[in-house]
Ligand binder design. Structure first.
Ligand SMILES: [Zn+2]
Length: 342
């Protein structure tokens, strides 16, 4: 099959088109033919050499899997060849209590498609059948290819873990990125007042059009904290979504009493200074999440279907031009998902 992968870690230039052997399914696996996938920040982190992760080369990245099943392992009974499916991004050992209860992301042996194993930059991708849900018929493959990682992760952050309720205020840090965009779309449909934080003044209008109740420009920690407090009658927000990482200490200060911080990224750094008093004096909880459960994927797909939410797509680029697409992605000039076409 044709695939885009890399033989050594590095910048976008290490991605190359290659011919590799077709994957064949083991007993509890299926092989899916993919027409489209999309770029996540994870793809660039893996390409650069993810901390602590040792990959067999060549490696095929790509975490967003949607397509038709073309072959199945001999123990697969709940899906058939020809089924159109979407795969949850994470799978575990399949045997521990976390896996049995559908929480593969909590398994000590968790794997992510395109990170620990080959992913959807190949025409064919092999995944455990346990990751699959039927693809909703009211979305195209292009639309669905933007969702497997970002959508259920945002759903988990806001609804499953954050337990957001209608009328509450949510702060979305890094609002112009893919997690930020899906978070704004979900927040609006959930009846939340969303305050989007961005460093780019050019993104204000588009974030408002997307549904953000308020957009604040992040220049410095002190300034943005002051602006958030002004925007929330000096009490802060019930939920703060932090994808940036180095902002965690400030995010905690933005929460109101009994508020929740959901930490799910390290785009701006892996450490942050935390004033412990801002945690206990306000009884704030900090949750960390990575990926989502299959239940989150199912629920988030049902929710966007019911609310007719469409993903924001920046452009569709041929997979052959994956290097250029990665350069584009890393330039931060894009708004919305970059889809790769096989
Ligand atoms: Zn497990």
């Amino acid at each position: 099959m044709k695939a885009v992968g890399f033989k050594k870690y590095g910048g976008p230039e290490v991605l190359e088109m290659m011919e590799i052997e077709d994957p064949t399914p083991n007993d509890n696996e299926v092989v899916i033919a993919t027409m489209y996938t999309s770029i996540n920040r994870l793809d660039t982190l893996v390409r650069n050499g993810y901390h602590g992760l040792k990959l067999n080369m060549p490696h095929i990245p790509g975490t967003d899997v949607v397509g038709k099943i073309v072959s199945i392992g001999k123990s697969v009974s709940n899906f058939s060849i020809g089924d159109r499916v979407i795969a949850n991004t994470v799978f575990g050992c399949g045997k521990c209590n976390y896996c049995i209860s559908g929480n593969d992301h909590l398994c000590s042996k968790w794997n992510v498609i395109g990170m620990h194993v080959n992913g959807s930059y190949g025409d064919l991708v092999r995944v455990p059948v346990s990751t699959l849900v039927p693809a909703p018929t009211n979305y195209t493959d292009i639309e669905l290819s933007t969702m497997p990682l970002s959508l259920p992760t945002c759903w988990r952050a806001i609804s499953s873990v954050g337990k957001a309720e209608n009328g509450q205020t949510i702060i979305i840090n890094g609002a112009s990125g893919n997690i930020g965009i899906f978070s704004i779309l979900l927040s609006k449909a959930l009846g939340l007042k969303s305050i989007a934080l961005t460093r780019d003044p050019k993104k204000v209008d588009i974030l408002k059009r997307l549904g953000a109740s308020d957009v604040l420009i992040y220049a410095t920690d002190d300034q943005i904290l002051k602006d958030v407090m002004n925007a929330t009658d000096n009490i802060g927000a019930e939920i703060v979504i932090d994808v940036l990482g180095s902002t965690l200490g400030n995010s905690i200060k933005m929460a109101r009493n009994n508020g929740e911080i959901i930490a799910l990224g390290t785009i701006s750094g892996i450490s942050s200074e935390v004033d412990i008093r801002s945690l206990y004096l306000k009884t704030v909880s900090v949750y960390g999440i990575h990926n989502a459960s299959k239940d989150d994927l199912r629920k988030s797909l049902d929710f966007i279907s019911a609310h007719n939410i469409k993903p924001i797509i920046s452009n569709v680029i041929s997979l052959e031009n994956a290097s250029e697409a990665h350069r584009n992605f890393e330039s931060s000039n894009v708004f919305g998902k970059i889809v790769l076409k096989h």
